[in-house]
Design a protein around this ligand. Structure first.
Ligand code: SF4
Length: 175
């Protein structure tokens, strides 16, 4: 297969930085708002985020072409530090449906519910804004991060990635 000049074998540090800053900002919004409601909820939410992250490593990164390499999130490098390389075949065999995104989308939905709850308790617009930020990321940020900065340049997407195929199909339907 001729080398595709648009595909990055090592993603630019700027993409990794943008990806992680946006992701961490969403996590922080949820943890902060839930802390204001009840600190125990904030701890539970942080545990939930950690569980989702570990699922990405276990089901994705260990089998990914970027295992041990710098992918758009940097997880490829981290995966090599704490888990054995998996089977690349398993990566593209995975079936991805809209239902599969429900657990990870909760990380964006929970802060909104918390923001609305706090707003109805008489808190200010700033908190509502913090609650809405994850949804802005979901509908405006992610299409840019995945649709422009990541998937078009991703070697795994070129080899077969059910997630990018899912979004590509969705994008095609929209056209
Ligand atoms: S591209 Fe995705 S699956 Fe592959 S190592 Fe990076 S985060 Fe993990």
């Amino acid at each position: 297969m001729a080398k595709n000049p648009g595909v990055f074998e090592r993603f630019p540090a700027s993409t990794v930085l943008i990806f992680n800053l946006v992701n961490l900002s969403v996590f922080a919004c949820g943890i902060y708002l839930l802390y204001l409601i009840w600190p125990v909820l904030a701890v539970l939410f942080a545990v939930y985020i950690a569980a989702m992250e570990s699922m990405v490593y276990r089901e994705g990164c260990r089998n990914c072409w970027y295992y041990g390499k710098r992918c758009m999130s940097g997880r490829g490098c981290l995966a090599k530090m704490f888990m054995k390389k998996g089977d690349p075949k398993k990566f593209s065999e995975k079936d991805v449906s809209a239902k599969a995104f429900i657990p990870s989308s909760l990380i964006s939905v929970v802060p909104v519910i918390a923001g609305i709850y706090l707003f109805l308790q008489g808190f200010d617009f700033v908190l509502l804004g913090i609650g809405v930020w994850p949804i802005i990321v979901m509908f405006l940020g992610n299409p840019v991060i995945y649709g422009e900065l990541s998937c078009p340049h991703c070697k795994q997407s070129e080899l077969g990635c059910p997630v990018s195929e899912f979004f590509m199909k969705k994008a095609k339907k929209k056209k």
